[in-house]
Design a protein around this ligand. Structure first.
Ligand code: BJW
Ligand code: ZN
Length: 255
């Protein structure tokens, strides 16, 4: 029996399914992953060093410019066949580390965002939601292009991206919901994550520890290989539609 057959059988028999995603599921939509080298614009900057409270404190215009570039980039791309296959799995809980909105746009209802969202900036001092930001339709926000963040309408402090940086706590409710879903899952599909950022990387481990099956989809080995019952090696936009179709024939749109 192939790994694909085994994984499809587990999914078809499961009552509770969790899909846990990372940057790799959005790679084929054209969004660079976090740890792969960025190409083109902003290639000289290390994502790991810009995603910190210290970077924002030291150079808010640089960090805000980077996030505005990324927000504009997400606006320009579409969900791919991997996101659509996830949306075709009825009643599954989607837990994502991604700060894009491609699961929502593919039709998944209320994915749990463990690391926040590019689309929910808020005040860095009082937390007030900043509301809709202006779009940048004309000029591409080029490499290292600084942009001053807006200021809060209530207290005047700088508005910051609505994402979770290194050293910051994950949103409590989101993390608790994700742990509970993982604990109750018969099958957890982990897709396109390097599995090195904690506490998010605990989520598949919770399922494995409590006796559920973990199916991993990734072109590369990761530390989660150890807890996975089945490893499906390859890109998410190819493997996910094939898996969903094998588990529930006719459910994925196959594109
Ligand atoms: C494909 C593909 C295709 C490619 N198809 N797949 C030492 C040990 C353990 C922990 C720590 C430690 N030192 C510090 C820590 C804690 C730290 C941490 O985990 N650090 C490790 C990196 C060492 N964690 C934190 O700081 C967290 N907070 C915390 O611990 O708080 C404690 C606290 C408690 C109470 C009060 C206060 C504090 C917060 C972590 C926040 C992470 N934030 C980021 C940035 C978000 C905003 C932004 O996007 O800019 O989240 S970091 C970044 O990594 C981003 C991602 O969500 C996250 C995970 O990355 P992901 O998604 O796995 O992407 P990649 O690029 O790593 O991997 C892509 C994968 O896709 C690869 O495997 C490819 O092979 C694959 N792939 N093409 C399928 N087509
Ligand atoms: Zn404020």
């Amino acid at each position: 029996m192939t790994g694909m057959d085994k994984a499809a059988g587990m999914l078809a028999a499961a009552e509770r399914v969790v899909v846990f995603t990372g940057a790799g599921i959005s790679a084929e939509s054209g969004i660079p992953t976090f740890r792969d080298a960025l190409t083109g614009l902003w290639a000289r900057f290390d994502a790991r060093q810009l995603a910190t409270p210290e970077a924002f404190r030291d150079d808010p215009d640089l960090v805000w410019g980077w996030y505005e570039w990324r927000r504009a980039a997400v606006r320009r791309v579409e969900p791919n066949a991997g996101h659509r296959a996830v949306a075709a799995i009825e009643r599954c809980v989607v837990v994502t580390q991604n700060v894009d909105d491609l699961h929502e746009r593919a039709g998944s209802r209320s994915p749990i965002h463990l690391h926040g969202s590019l689309f929910e900036p808020h005040c860095s001092a009082c937390g007030l939601a900043a509301g809709d930001l202006p779009e940048h339709p004309e000029e591409p926000l080029g490499e290292g292009r600084r942009l001053p963040p807006p200021t809060c309408g209530r207290c005047g402090a700088l508005v910051r991206p609505g994402v979770v940086w290194f050293g910051e706590a994950l949103p409590t409710h989101a993390f608790e919901e994700a742990v509970e879903a993982a604990a109750n899952a018969d099958v957890l599909l982990t897709v396109g994550t390097s599995g090195v950022v904690y506490p998010a990387a605990e989520i598949p481990q919770v399922t494995a520890r409590l006796g559920g099956h973990v199916i991993q989809i990734n072109p590369e080995p990761t530390p989660l290989d150890e807890v996975a019952t089945v490893n499906l090696t390859g890109p998410a936009a190819e493997i996910l539609p094939a898996l969903v179709d094998a588990a529930w024939p006719g459910r994925s749109d196959g594109s």
